[in-house]
Design a protein around this ligand. Structure first.
Ligand SMILES: [Zn+2]
Ligand SMILES: [Zn+2]
Length: 281
């Protein structure tokens, strides 16, 4: 097929399994009242699926999107929503989309994977998924219990384009320059929340030796001091500091806070009338 234009219309059962759309597929604002089957479909140009409502099944398994795929503001009401074994060669944008039932994703995100403000209320599975470029899950909700199986992320040459994953998803260094994405275990969360007695009271963390030098992307933090080399497998700058307190920070109004060496160092460069007193053991 050359292209597809169902923009704004109401469609019952739609079966486009295995079809190839050479030109744009225009499905913006379409309401599918029945099952929508695009399994194995090739979208050789841009797929416009923004604001579309899928009332029942939305089957895109095995589909190939050669151009960008716009699913922003789409609503998936059914429980049979499948984006597994999908190849996105361009950007895949699910910003502000709503998944009310179960949804599964898998395959390759070759461009930007964007789930900004996306809402998930059912079971979510990411299986055999490869993020080769930046992935943005900023303010996505409902992914706390998402199942992550064989999800890997390429380490970009420039760490800044790794994107942002949910804070309870952890990236671990894997083989061949790939990172593995997994959900934080209870022990991780405990570590993130733990604050030993006598610890620094700052709500974010710094490098214990160099202070305010952290660069964080995609759930990994590193110190940018060239001689340091410290990295942390979590968003350290968004985690309450748990280092041993060594100084008392007293501001001009007399407010006091116990801080660690790293925070004392960071504070020194920003002191305006405040002072630091070493704690005497
Ligand atoms: Zn450092
Ligand atoms: Zn601290």
């Amino acid at each position: 097929m050359i292209g597809l234009d169902l923009e704004g219309s109401r469609v019952g059962d739609a079966v486009f399994s295995g079809a190839t759309f050479i030109r744009d597929a225009r499905l913006s604002g379409t309401t599918f009242t029945g099952d929508a089957r695009f399994d194995g479909t090739t979208f050789a140009s841009t797929a416009y699926v923004g604001g579309t409502t899928f009332t029942r099944a939305a089957r895109f398994e095995g589909a190939t999107f050669t151009g960008d795929a716009w699913f922003d503001y789409a609503t998936f009401r059914g429980n049979d929503v499948r984006f597994d074994m999908v190849t996105f060669r361009g950007d895949a944008r699910f910003d502000m989309a709503t998944f009310r039932g179960d949804a599964r994703f898998g395959g390759t995100f070759g461009g930007v994977a964007s789930f900004e403000g996306t809402t998930f209320t059912g079971n979510v599975l990411f299986q055999g998924t490869t993020f080769t470029y930046a992935a943005w899950f900023v303010e996505a909700t409902g992914l706390e219990s998402a199942v992550l199986e064989g999800v890997r992320v390429r380490v970009p040459a420039n760490m800044d384009i790794l994107g942002e994953f949910p804070p309870y998803w952890l990236l671990e260094a894997g083989v061949d320059g790939w990172l593995t994405l997994r959900r934080a275990a209870a022990s991780d969360l405990a570590r993130l929340a733990a604050r030993p007695e006598g610890s620094c009271t700052m709500p974010w963390s710094v490098c214990p030796e160099h202070g305010n030098t952290l660069i964080s992307t995609g759930g990994i933090s590193r110190c940018r001091a060239p001689e340091c080399g410290r990295t942390w497998g979590y968003g350290r700058d968004a985690t309450p500091c748990a280092e041993l307190a060594t100084h008392r920070l007293v501001d001009v109004e007399g407010n006091q806070a116990l801080v660690c060496d790293g925070h004392a160092l960071a504070a020194r460069s920003e002191l305006t009338g405040a002072r630091l007193e070493p704690l005497t053991p």
